[in-house]
Design a protein around this ligand. Structure first.
Ligand code: CMC
Length: 427
């Protein structure tokens, strides 16, 4: 049987045969079907990209029905257990795991870029003390473009490399600056003797001690969370990165757009929303009332459901297991008991079962962040720090893809026809 699709346009009787490649047909093939001179060809209408592939990619694979997530072929569970965030970032960007020398060079190249220009501190000072740190992050990451004008040379491989080092290295620094500003404490400089996660904890929490020493279990848990959040194929913020990147701005500007996309409560803001939701529920005995409200359509159970996963999100499995280890060090959380009970009730309830709504990555991550002493409004920032590795890998892949052009969707126009302007005094 040929790998083709035969389409007959019943308006005209015309039949076309379209090749099927990698389980997809090209939407432009349908342009051949027109119903008259004024018709520019049949379009495919797909709000929210429910069934449209916007690119080919070799970075991340998800099987939403089976609950499988692979970065460059490696299962997320193995990376979470055996890799580090920086090594995983190398894998995403380069396509292969580094050998020992490559790993050492990569770690060095990222680590020497952790400082930001002193002027960044000045404009962070201009934000209100209660400014949301995600707003600060998206502004400051975009502002970095003004410090590195050569970054606009996106077809110069050397420039792309250095932008990638800088962005991966400086995201934790900007995030910690935003946090320290919000609580009115002096900024901490990076400590390049520490690991990526350890240095972030240092910039967040160092007080007057000479040297900050992270608790190993906490440093490890944070690194695992960074691995789990490093990429997730064509999600809303990655699509923003690719789409904005397609008009060829520098990567700092494109990353600011991706951070903005991640800010929303339906995407990276969900972990914050989950904890606020649990706080509102307050106790296990109030769960049934809350679930009834969700089922009546009053609100969503945050941290549940996913556009792609119609099974347990494999990242949520890892985080759920890790929650016990972390809380063993930091002390238990009453909110976690509510979360566990809520999950149990939801997974047995027909409403959630029939819609294939399972816990996603955000259902448990917030509790770990909270146990680590990270304030709730920093949660989406904690998602953005590692996701920049995925965004940059996808951005570079997109730039080097000969088939990509400026992203510019079509529309189905439903407005009125042409009409003449009527002056104000005649209306
Ligand atoms: N609580 C209650 N009902 C839900 C939920 C939920 N969390 N998610 C989906 N539904 C229902 C929805 O009402 C609809 O029901 P019906 O068919 O009766 O109208 C059905 O399930 C399908 O929902 P949808 O809105 O068509 O699904 P979607 O693929 O457009 O949305 C989602 C995916 C993640 C936006 C959605 O599940 C949601 O809002 N979840 C809560 C927010 C959240 O946890 N987001 C984090 C996503 S994972 C991290 C990331 O990658 O960003």
């Amino acid at each position: 049987m040929p790998d083709t699709l035969t389409v007959r346009d019943n308006r005209t009787g015309k039949t076309i045969e379209i090749p099927i490649e990698h389980g997809a047909v090209r939407a432009t093939a349908f342009e051949q079907l027109t119903a008259g001179d004024a018709d520019h060809g049949l379009m495919l209408y797909d709000p929210a990209f429910m069934n449209t592939a916007s690119c080919t990619s070799t970075i991340t694979f998800i099987d939403g029905d089976q609950g499988i997530l692979l970065y460059r072929g490696y299962p997320i569970e193995q990376l979470a257990e055996q890799s580090t965030y920086l090594e995983t970032a190398y894998l995403l960007v380069h396509g292969e795991l580094p050998d020992a020398q490559q790993e050492a060079e990569w770690r060095h190249d990222i680590t020497i870029h952790t400082l930001v220009h002193e002027n960044v501190k000045k404009f962070i000072d201009g934000f209100h003390h209660d400014a949301h740190p995600m707003g600060i992050l998206l502004s400051t990451v975009g502002a970095l473009s003004t410090f590195y004008p050569d970054a606009t040379q996106i077809y110069d491989e050397e420039q792309r490399r250095i932008s990638i080092y800088r962005l991966i290295a400086k995201m934790p620094t900007l995030a910690a600056l935003a946090y320290r500003h919000s609580i009115g404490l002096p900024f901490n400089y990076p400590d390049n003797d520490l690991s990526f996660a350890g240095n972030f904890l240092n910039m967040m929490f160092k007080m007057v001690e000479q040297k900050y020493r992270p608790v190993p279990e906490i440093e490890h848990a944070l690194d695992v969370l960074f691995i789990l959040h490093a990429d997730h194929e064509q999600n809303c913020s990655t699509n923003a990165m690719r789409s904005v990147g397609s008009s060829h701005p520098d990567p700092y500007s494109a990353t600011a757009a991706a951070v903005a996309a991640l800010y929303g409560p339906l995407h990276g803001g969900a972990n914050e929303a989950v904890v606020r939701m649990m706080e509102r529920i307050g106790s296990v005995d109030r769960i049934p009332e809350f679930v009834a409200g969700v089922k009546a359509g009053k609100e969503r159970l945050m941290g549940f459901g996913h556009r792609v996963y119609k099974n347990y999100d494999p990242r949520a499995q890892v985080i759920k297991r890790m929650a016990d280890q972390v809380l063993g060090v930091t002390g238990t959380s009453p909110l976690l008991e509510i979360a566990r009970e809520l999950e149990k009730i939801a997974l047995e309830d027909e409403y959630f079962v029939s819609r294939k709504l399972y816990p996603n990555v955000d259902f448990y991550s917030g509790f770990i962040y909270k146990a680590l002493g990270i304030p709730v409004d920093m949660f989406p920032v904690l998602f953005a720090i590692p996701r920049v590795a995925g965004w940059l890998s996808q951005w570079e892949e997109s730039l080097l893809d000969k088939e990509q052009k400026i992203a510019r969707p079509r529309q189905v126009y439903l407005g009125g026809g042409r009409r003449d302007y009527v002056p104000l005094d005649k209306r």
